[in-house]
Design a binder for this molecule. Structure first.
Ligand code: 1EE
Ligand code: MN
Ligand code: MN
Ligand code: MN
Length: 304
């Protein structure tokens, strides 16, 4: 089994500079060597080359549409290529708009995939419901077939055909969902385990129920889109939209270990590490905790 690592040094899905440094600070922290020390055959394919799109005027309130679209098209092609070569893919972000390219690319090769979205946020605003206009809050609206009729054409995204059904998506970690997102989740019955459910059932039950709902027969390829703001901000403070009351380190480890135990983790996104948003020691803490969770996704076992 080969793990292909792709860097997505990108920040234009949101207004805070810094997520473009995510891939490199994770590499500098030794994420590649940590994975190799697990016996994983890791190939670092470098970074997606981000092109500057001039005069990328907002479309209604959607910021940087063409820049976000062009970068994610490249990511989609890169992920598809690696999955086609039977590699597992670790995509290092970069802000969470990266999920558009990563999931789209994965779905071109594995249309039967399911998505586990680990995040404080639902990231399912459409360009019309978004209050901020930041595409990192909208990625799922570009991917979900059931939302296609509600999503206006956004310049640059002509390539992005929706490829995911709401029944193949499950959320874990929600605690800051916009009213419109709440409506969408309820209208389409999207499976969602907020931090309230994590407290109510415990992480073991939540992970079991989540996987059983999207993949009861336990055969489908899994795409995990992991926003580091799903974890408690005391653990990953270097991120753009921190929300208190997040997943503990042990809950994050357990989730990652259980996903790893399925043997069907195909693509993992690590999104929203922003080293510029905090002090040096908080950056270090964020990167170390993110790396520690990542190794559990790829076979590190606390019991040895
Ligand atoms: N839902 C938000 C946050 C998205 C976070 C994206 B990430 O990838 O980090 O999960 C927040 C919108 N929110 C609406 C109410 C306002 O008071 C504050 C911003 C949005 O901008 O759409
Ligand atoms: Mn988030
Ligand atoms: Mn997110
Ligand atoms: Mn975030």
């Amino acid at each position: 089994e080969t793990l292909g690592v792709i860097g997505f040094p990108f920040s234009k899905g949101q207004p805070r500079n810094g997520t473009e440094h995510g891939p490199n600070v994770l590499r500098e922290a030794g994420i590649i060597t940590s994975l190799q020390s697990l016996g994983v055959n890791v190939i670092d394919h470098g970074d997606i080359e981000i092109e500057v799109v001039l005069r990328d005027e907002p479309m209604k309130n959607v910021r940087n549409p063409r820049t976000v679209a062009a970068a994610n098209k490249k990511l989609s092609d890169a992920v598809a290529k690696l999955v086609k070569m039977n590699q597992s893919v670790l995509a290092l972000g970069g802000d969470h708009c990266m999920a558009i390219g990563s999931i789209h690319g994965h779905a071109q090769v594995e249309p039967n995939l399911v998505v586990v979205w680990v995040d404080a946020h639902a990231d399912v605003n459409t360009p019309l419901t978004s209050v901020s206009g930041n595409i990192h809050g909208m990625p799922l609206s570009f991917l979900l077939k059931e939302l296609e009729e509600f999503v206006p054409k956004v310049p640059g995204f002509e390539w992005c055909k929706p490829c995911l059904s709401v029944r193949d998506l499950v959320y874990i970690g929600l605690r800051d969902v916009d009213p419109a997102e709440r409506l969408i989740i309820e209208k389409f019955g999207i499976h969602a385990y907020s931090m309230q459910e994590v407290d109510k059932y415990g992480i073991k039950e939540v992970v079991e129920r989540a996987l059983n709902q999207v993949d009861p027969s336990g055969v489908r390829p899994i795409h995990v889109s992991f926003d580091v703001d799903a974890m408690d901000p005391t653990l990953t403070p270097a991120t753009g939209t921190p929300v208190s009351g997040g997943l503990s380190l042990r809950e994050s480890f357990y989730l990652a270990e259980e996903i790893s135990n399925t043997g069907r983790l195909s693509v993992l996104d690590i999104a929203e590490v922003n080293p510029l948003l905090s002090t040096e020691d908080k950056r270090k803490l964020t990167v170390i905790n993110t790396t520690d969770v990542s190794t559990k996704f790829y076979g590190y076992r606390r019991q040895g």
